[in-house]
Design a protein around this ligand. Structure first.
Ligand code: SF4
Ligand code: SF4
Length: 175
């Protein structure tokens, strides 16, 4: 019998209730997170701000105001490129990218606004061990290549323990 496709709910069955979100953020990011004084240095250097209107200082402020639900449902946290420039630029040694990663975890737990492409990558890694299955490619001269035609060995999928360990890790990270 084939393996049942995993849903996000399977991966994160111990998702926190909504009321615990802000408490968890404070617990995980500690007093550093509270010391943002909105100087905007993070936003002025943000890679995603130019194209996608992500404003890390705004994310920080919304969480401080307790507007975590609004952030998660807006889907804005998925526009972060995780370049860590905001963390490097912050005079208070606060990390908006860490906060954004945490908010993504919440979003993932609730299966809310998680981009399709991200889910595909997670699913592919669990099933095959790779972010994307081997594909046929076409050269500029319209020649088609596969691993086989290039004499490369067939890729072997992960052992069962790999998927189990990864699910455990993801659940722990998100929990
Ligand atoms: S750079 Fe740091 S202190 Fe300034 S707004 Fe961004 S997170 Fe807050
Ligand atoms: S990590 Fe995200 S929020 Fe921080 S500067 Fe890069 S794109 Fe912007």
């Amino acid at each position: 019998m084939g393996r049942r496709a995993l849903t996000l709910r399977d991966l994160t069955s111990e998702a926190a209730s909504e009321g615990e979100l802000r408490e968890r953020i404070v617990r995980e990011l500690g007093s550093e997170f509270q010391s943002c004084f909105r100087c905007l240095r993070c936003t002025s250097g943000c890679t995603s701000m130019k194209l996608l209107e992500l404003r890390p200082h705004f994310v920080m402020n919304m969480v401080k105001l307790g507007l975590v639900e609004e952030l998660i449902s807006s889907g804005i946290v998925w526009t972060c490129a995780l370049c860590l420039k905001c963390e490097e630029r912050c005079p208070q040694e606060v990390s908006p990218s860490e906060l954004i990663t945490l908010l993504r975890n919440f979003s993932f737990q609730r299966e809310e606004n998680v981009p399709e492409a991200y889910l595909k990558v997670v699913s592919s890694v669990l099933e095959t061990g790779f972010i994307q299955e081997p594909m046929e490619v076409v050269s500029r001269e319209f020649e088609e290549f596969t691993r086989e035609s290039l004499g490369l060995p067939r890729l072997v999928g992960p052992r069962e323990a790999f998927s189990e360990n990864l699910i455990e890790l993801m659940t722990r990270e998100a929990g």
